[in-house]
Ligand binder design. Structure first.
Ligand code: GDP
Length: 664
């Protein structure tokens, strides 16, 4: 039997959770269809998910159709939980992207489709809700072609749309429009087919077209589109057949060593960690000692594998499977087993661009709050929990207000901690302007540390992140010291000259020096004569910040791309607002009475646009947006208060260290 690890992705409310239920029902896993509206579904088991009717955490269930065991992963649709989706993408063999036949393609649908294409994940599109009033067929297909992919192929017409009796027929060899469309889309990637088709279309058999479709769909080159209704079950059998015919099975060799990716971590009833692992190669067995992440290791004490519904205990996981592992105390989300996984752990979506201070209602809960947030950050590292040592505050990064409410509710329900938030602020970044260097020599005042470090900061291309390079000979410095410098560099870059994360630069270690381990005649290790990693940790911030000050930095703010859909006559009155919000609209496109405008807007101004739009468009205006890029801030530079002592203020910095560590 083949295994297919399948993701279901969609904009919120398109019907992912309902479709999951319908698929489980069709495969005989559940005897009754649960309802999202009644809160009785297989996935969405968190109380919060049921109350709100949204998926927050990815959930896995499984079923068998024909010769295929499908592990179905339901992912969150709200843009605030995009990080959860991102982690799931790396373990998928294929995906179903759900669109509503009424609402059509949404901004979030486009974001998801772009990520799927970038990763080369094969996709089937399911156009759901054809039973609902207002459901469209051709307009939705046109929208898919225009906004998602030109390689879409409708797999069968739908009739009686907008009624409970809506039905779908599978297109076959007799449907000429279908075969022509197939040939058009497929010939672009299949030279032999193109030649045969140009020669004489009659010689190209339907079987050949279908085989080419399966081959191209499973490589993500063609995108089959199915219509249907999760509510009535229309079109479901065609979709299920499509899963078997058009998506590739999990591949992977059985030999050792095992390779895999942890895409989800949760805590079991006793507070123990449960890691969801996708195995790409090899076999993982109970009692195996596994190495994962950055040098961590642990012994697997129990394994369960997804098997027709919930997970069932077993003694091994083989290549292609997804299962839950217990016993790995230090495991974190995103950890890989046995080296980098097939898909590197690069980020495909925008980083969170908001942050806020979390404050416990009762000051005595501070410790509990820290512990709770640390555990939440384990499940979602992009929360990026930071502690402000100066003000004694806890700060988290966020995608949006819904995520904030979910964090608040989780703190209360799972940890018994009542907490609130300060105002949410937009997170900027800093990039160096030019090259800048600084050196502190060992044994030379004012350098009080038994370490010598020279660093240079060079600007790098936008989006390239931070790189650490060496201009000293490898081996000239003990590895422990090199590691200390490297780690400190990345900590220091978290707060640049204006307090924002410094990125898109190369930091080069240009010189280094240390005193080797020395002893007095009695043979005791003497800290006052020998360098320690601590000397390098303490000195590096001083050197790096001086280098950065010489380089100079500029502050960049996040900018979103927006798409406005408004009544044509309201565009004029809307312009002054757009200009006040520093939005840059492009030429509007008017079709009949509706006008669409695309453009850029600083992320910090989006909320205001959303708030004012209804009033200026008779309540008919719609705005979609997604992260676009970082843009140089002109005028007053926003700053972020430092959460540690400023290494640029040498005196203060050293004084603080002396107090904290009793420095000599
Ligand atoms: P999700 O947010 O994408 O998981 O979507 P849900 O499965 O929670 O569905 C959102 C809403 O749409 C719920 O009220 C469902 O009952 C409704 N819904 C889902 N699928 C269909 C469908 O095929 N037809 C109709 N009429 N409603 C549907």
């Amino acid at each position: 039997m083949r295994t297919l690890n399948l993701g279901i992705l969609a904009h919120v409310d398109a019907g992912k959770t309902s479709l999951t239920e319908r698929l489980l029902y069709a495969a005989g896993v559940i005897a009754e269809i649960g309802s999202v509206d009644a809160g009785s579904t297989q996935t969405d088991t968190l109380d919060l998910e049921r109350q709100r009717g949204i998926t927050i955490k990815s959930a896995v269930t499984s079923f068998v159709v024909g010769q295929t065991a499908v592990n179905l992963i339901d992912t969150p649709g709200h843009p605030d939980f995009i990080a959860e989706v991102e982690r799931v993408l790396t373990v998928l063999d294929g995906a179903v992207l759900v669109i509503s036949a009424v609402e059509g393609v949404q901004a979030q649908t486009r974001v998801l489709m772009r990520a799927l294409r970038r990763l080369g994940i094969p996709v089937l599109i399911f156009v759901n809700k054809i039973d609902r009033a207002g459901a469209g067929y051709q307009p939705v297909l046109d929208e898919i072609a225009a906004k998602l992919t030109p390689a879409a192929v409708a797999m069968g017409p739908a009739r009686r749309l907008g009624t409970r009796d809506a039905v779908v027929n599978a297109s076959g060899p007799g449907d000429e429009a279908f075969t022509t469309r197939l040939a058009d889309v497929l010939a672009g990637n299949d030279d032999a087919l193109l030649a045969a088709y140009l020669d004489d279309p009659a010689t190209v058999s339907y079987q050949r077209l279908r085989a080419s479709l399966a081959a191209q769909a499973s490589r993500g080159l063609a995108v089959p589109v199915f219509f249907g209704s999760a509510l009535t079950g229309a079109g479901i059998s065609q979709l299920v057949a499509g899963l078997q015919e058009l998506l590739p099975a999990a591949s992977g060799r059985g030999g050792r060593p095992a390779r895999g990716t942890v895409f989800k971590v949760e805590r079991g009833a006793a507070g123990e960690k449960v890691a969801y692992l996708r195995v790409f190669e090899g076999t993982v067995r109970v009692r195996d000692r596994l190495r994962f992440g950055r040098g961590n290791a642990g012994r697997v004490t129990a394994i369960s594998v997804f098997d027709r519904g919930p997970a069932a205990a077993c003694d091994r996981l083989t290549a292609g499977q997804i299962g839950k592992l217990r016993g790995l105390a230090d495991v974190r989300i995103g950890d890989t087993l046995g080296g980098p996984a097939a898909a590197a752990s690069r980020s495909y979506f925008a980083p969170p661009i908001l942050e806020t201070v979390v404050v416990p209602d009762r000051p005595a809960d501070k410790g509990a709050l820290h512990l709770a947030l640390s555990q939440l950050a384990e499940q979602d590292p992009l929360i990026n929990l930071r502690q402000d040592d100066v003000r004694q505050e806890l700060i988290v990064s966020l995608y949006g207000e819904v995520q904030k409410e979910v964090i608040q509710a989780t703190l209360a329900s799972d940890y018994g901690v009542a907490a609130g938030f300060r105002q949410t602020t937009t997170v900027c970044i800093e990039r160096p302007v030019a090259a800048g260097a600084a050196v502190e020599v060992i044994g030379q005042p004012p350098n009080p540390f038994l370490a010598g470090v020279g660093l240079r900061v060079d600007p790098a291309a936008p989006g390239s992140g931070v790189e650490f390079a060496l201009e000293i000979e490898l081996g000239a410095l003990p590895l422990a010291f090199l590691k200390a410098i490297r780690e400190t560099v990345s900590q220091v870059l978290a707060q640049g000259l204006y307090g924002w994360q410094v990125t898109d630069c190369t930091v080069t270690l240009t010189s280094s020096d240390y005193y080797p381990r020395q002893s007095h005649a009695h043979g005791h290790f003497d800290k006052s004569m020998s360098s320690t990693a601590g000397d390098f940790r303490n000195l590096t911030p001083l050197v790096l910040m001086s280098a950065l000050a010489r380089a100079g930095t500029r502050v960049y703010e996040p900018v979103h791309r927006f798409l406005l859909e408004i009544p044509a006559d309201t565009f004029g009155p809307l312009l002054p607002l757009l200009s006040r919000l520093r939005a840059v609209p492009r030429a509007p496109l008017t079709r009949g009475t509706v006008c669409t405008v695309e453009g850029d807007i600083p992320a910090a101004r989006l909320t205001e646009l959303r708030r004012q739009l209804p009033g200026l468009t008779r309540g008919e205006g719609l705005v979609e947006s997604e992260f676009g890029h970082y843009q140089l801030v002109t005028g007053t530079r926003p700053t972020r208060p430092r959460s540690d002592l400023n290494p640029l203020d040498r005196k203060e910095y050293l004084l603080h260290l002396t107090r904290r560590t009793g420095l000599r």
